[in-house]
Ligand binder design. Structure first.
Ligand SMILES: N[C@@H](CCC(=O)N[C@@H](CS)C(=O)NCC(=O)O)C(=O)O
Length: 201
């Protein structure tokens, strides 16, 4: 059987981990193609836009762009709303994660002093405003109440890095100030299939 192939870097975060989780939660077998960072420079040209993630769907083709991949997996597996307005509301939140990443990405590999000054306005203004705008969209514990959707995976994979203190100069307390965001991350982590994914190692 030919399986969908999801290509992304070999770490449990970023723009590809939520799609891996979505396939696993939906019990859809897929090829988890993890590209070692060392081979990326020679492989970059294989991918549209020179970026990951990419999803190759047997008989259809390959799509890129994390939100397109995630909504495709969600729509085809009951993890994205069928109501167009609800779907758009979820997609707006997914877009908001990408907006935030667009601010962070240029600081990622900067020298520490440059990173510190570049991230100061994000920590002071952008991140608190972002968290305060996202939180009221969460019915609790998930965006759509008791039903987990792909938007919850995207939000949790993104926000949990801050809560764990992994993003230098942007403290987790900014997100802790919005209990709905913290509860969403906890609910995603406690989901049996998410727990099973990480127990697998
Ligand atoms: N808008 C794209 C951005 C993709 C992106 O920047 N991917 C990063 C990894 S998270 C990447 O491929 N970086 C390596 C590179 O640009 O060479 C998406 O949402 O998928």
């Amino acid at each position: 059987m030919t399986l969908p192939k999801l290509s992304y870097f070999d770490f449990p975060g970023g723009r590809g981990e939520d799609a891996r989780l979505a396939y696993f939660i939906a019990n859809v077998p897929f090829t988890d193609d993890r590209i070692p960072g060392a081979t990326w420079p020679e492989r970059k040209c294989e991918f549209a836009f020179g970026c990951l993630p990419a999803l190759e769907v047997p008989g259809k083709g390959t799509i890129t762009q994390s939100n397109a991949i995630l909504t495709y997996i969600g729509r085809t597996n009951g993890l994205h709303p069928s109501d167009p307005f609800a779907a758009a509301r979820h997609e707006a939140l997914m877009g908001a994660v990408e907006d935030f990443r667009a601010k962070l990405d240029p600081t990622m590999f900067a020298p520490d002093d440059v990173k510190k000054s570049a991230r100061a306005p994000i920590a002071e203004t952008y991140a608190p405003r972002w968290a305060a705008a996202v939180a009221p969209e969460i019915k609790g514990p998930f965006v759509e109440g008791d039903t987990l959707n792909v938007v919850d995976l995207k939000l949790a994979v993104f926000v949990r890095g801050f809560l764990a203190g992994r993003i230098d100069y942007i403290p987790g307390s900014i997100f802790e100030a919005q209990p709905a965001l913290v509860r969403l991350c906890e609910a995603v982590a406690a989901h049996p299939r998410v727990a099973a994914w990480y127990a697998k190692g």
